[in-house]
Design a protein. Structure first.
Ligand SMILES: Cc1ncc(COP(=O)(O)O)c(C=O)c1O
Length: 405
C-alpha cells in the first residue's frame, strides 16, 4: 500500500482515541473514570433541538450555500456584535463543520508548503497536525520559564521570512490559562506590524471564571479594513455542549472568506443543513445554559484544584477558563505517556499525556465531568502515585492493595 508523504506524518487524534478507549472499557463493565474528555456533559439547548427538528420534520433537507445558510450567518453576525462590538457583513462570515474545520480551511487558504505557523505551547493537539497536513511547518513556542502565559519576546524571536500566521487560543486548551489582555494587545499589534495572519481560536471565550469577561481582540486592532489579517474562530461545541453537532465558524476579511468558501465547497459542500438550523437555535435562543455551564465548571474547577493542591509533589496552576487543568506531575514521572498509561492500567483513570500538547511531565485533567468523577479520579491517582496514600483502595466493591513500587 502506498501512503502519501504527508499522510505518513499525521498522527491520530489522541484525545478522540482516548474517548474511544474509555467507551470500550466502560462497555466491558470496567469502572473507568474519564478525566481526559473535551466536552461538557449537559444536553444541547432546547432551541437547538427545535431548530433541527423543524427542518427534519419538513423532510426537505438539502444542500445549503457552502458558507452557511443566511439565518446562521445572521446569528453569527449578531453574536459578533454582542461579544466583539463589531458588525461583520455576511461576506465576512463562513460557517463550517466545527471550529476545527474552520481553522483547517483557513490554513489551507493562507499557507504555502514549507511556510510556518507559530503558536504558544502548550497547544491544542490538532494545530501541528493541521499545519503538517498542508505541507506547512508548525513552530510551537515554549516559554523559557515554563509559564502557561506566552511572552511576546519569545514569539517575536521565532518569526522569520517563512512565518505566515500565528494561532492564539485563550482560554487555552490544555492549560485553562486565560492570557492577559496585555498579551492579546501585543500579539495583535505584532501581527499587524509584521503583516501576519492572526488566528484567534476563541472556542472557549465564554467559559471563563472569576467574573472575568471574554477578551475582545478587535479592541486592540488598528486595521479594521478588508485588508485586516485577523481571523476569529468560534463555534457551538463547547459553550452550548453541542460537540456532536459539528458547527463552527470563521470571521475574517472578505477575500479570505471567499477563498475559504471555495475550498470548503469542494471539500464538503458546507456543513449539514440540519445542524446549521440547530446552531441558529442555540445562538439566538435562551442563553441560560451557557451561564449554568460556566457556574458548574467553575465549581468543578474549585474542587479539582483543591484536591490537586493536597496531592504532594503535584504543581497546579488554577485554570481561569475552559474545563481543563494541566498539572505538573514531573515529580512522579517526566514521561507523561507512561504515567497516563500507568493510571489507566492500574486504576482505570483516563488522563491525556502532556507530551501531546508540547509539554512533558504534565497531564491534562478535565473537569467537565461530575464532582464524583473528579474526586474519585484524583483519589485513585493519589493511591497509585503518592507514597503517603493508604495502602488499600476500593473501586466499587473491588479492593485493590498496593503491590508495586
Ligand atoms: C482549542 C480548540 N480549538 C478548536 C476545537 C474544535 O472545536 P469544534 O468541536 O468546534 O471543531 C477544540 C476542540 O477540542 C479545541 O480544544
Amino acid at each position: 500500500m502506498t501512503i502519501s508523504l504527508i499522510g505518513r506524518t499525521i498522527g491520530e487524534s489522541v484525545t478522540l482515541k482516548l474517548n474511544e478507549t474509555a467507551a470500550i472499557l466502560r462497555a466491558k463493565g470496567d469502572p473507568v473514570i474519564h478525566l481526559g474528555g473535551g466536552e461538557p456533559k449537559g444536553r444541547a439547548p432546547i432551541d437547538a433541538i427545535l431548530g433541527a427538528a423543524a427542518l427534519l420534520s419538513s423532510g426537505e433537507v438539502r444542500y445549503t450555500p457552502a458558507d452557511g445558510i443566511p439565518a446562521l450567518k445572521k446569528a453569527i453576525i449578531r453574536y459578533t456584535e454582542e461579544f466583539y462590538g463589531r458588525s461583520p457583513a455576511p461576506e465576512n462570515v463562513m460557517a463550517s463543520g466545527g471550529a476545527k474545520q474552520a481553522i483547517m480551511v483557513c490554513l489551507q487558504a493562507i499557507l504555502n508548503p514549507q511556510e510556518e505557523v507559530v503558536f504558544p505551547a502548550p497547544y491544542w493537539v490538532s494545530y501541528p497536525e493541521m499545519v503538517k497536513l498542508i505541507g506547512g511547518v508548525p513552530v510551537p513556542v515554549v516559554p523559557e520559564d515554563g509559564s502557561f502565559i506566552p511572552r511576546i519576546e519569545d514569539i517575536e524571536q521565532v518569526l522569520g521570512p517563512y512565518t505566515r500566521a500565528v494561532i492564539i487560543n485563550s482560554p487555552n486548551n490544555p492549560s485553562g490559562a486565560v492570557y492577559p489582555d496585555s498579551f492579546i494587545a501585543e500579539i495583535v499589534e505584532l501581527c499587524e506590524r509584521r503583516g501576519l495572519y492572526l488566528i484567534m481560536d476563541d472556542i472557549y471565550h465564554r467559559l471563563i471564571f472569576n467574573g472575568r469577561q471574554p477578551v475582545n481582540c478587535y479592541k486592540y486592532a488598528k486595521d479594521h479594513t478588508e485588508s485586516s489579517k485577523l481571523v476569529v474562530i468560534n463555534g457551538v461545541s463547547k459553550q452550548y455542549a453541542m460537540t456532536g453537532f459539528r458547527i463552527g465558524w470563521a470571521v475574517a476579511n472578505r477575500q479570505l472568506i471567499e477563498v475559504m468558501t471555495n475550498i470548503q465547497s469542494h471539500q464538503t459542500s458546507g456543513p449539514s443543513a440540519l445542524l446549521q438550523h440547530a446552531a441558529v437555535g442555540a445562538i439566538n435562543g435562551i442563553q441560560s445554559s451557557v451561564a449554568n455551564l460556566r457556574m458548574t465548571l467553575e465549581n468543578n474547577r474549585n474542587v479539582l484544584v483543591e484536591r490537586l493542591r493536597s496531592f504532594a509533589g503535584v504543581k497546579i496552576e488554577e485554570p481561569g477558563g475552559t474545563f481543563y487543568s494541566f498539572p505538573d506531575f514531573s515529580a512522579y514521572s517526566k514521561d507523561s505517556v507512561k504515567l497516563s498509561d500507568l493510571l489507566l492500567e492500574k486504576v482505570q483513570v483516563v488522563t491525556v499525556p502532556g507530551a501531546e500538547f508540547g509539554r512533558e511531565g504534565h497531564l491534562r485533567i478535565s473537569f467537565c465531568g461530575s464532582i464524583k468523577d473528579i474526586t474519585e479520579g484524583i483519589e485513585r491517582m493519589k493511591w497509585v502515585l503518592d507514597p503517603d496514600a493508604p495502602n488499600e483502595l476500593y473501586i466499587g466493591d473491588r479492593k485493590l492493595v498496593r503491590d508495586w513500587s
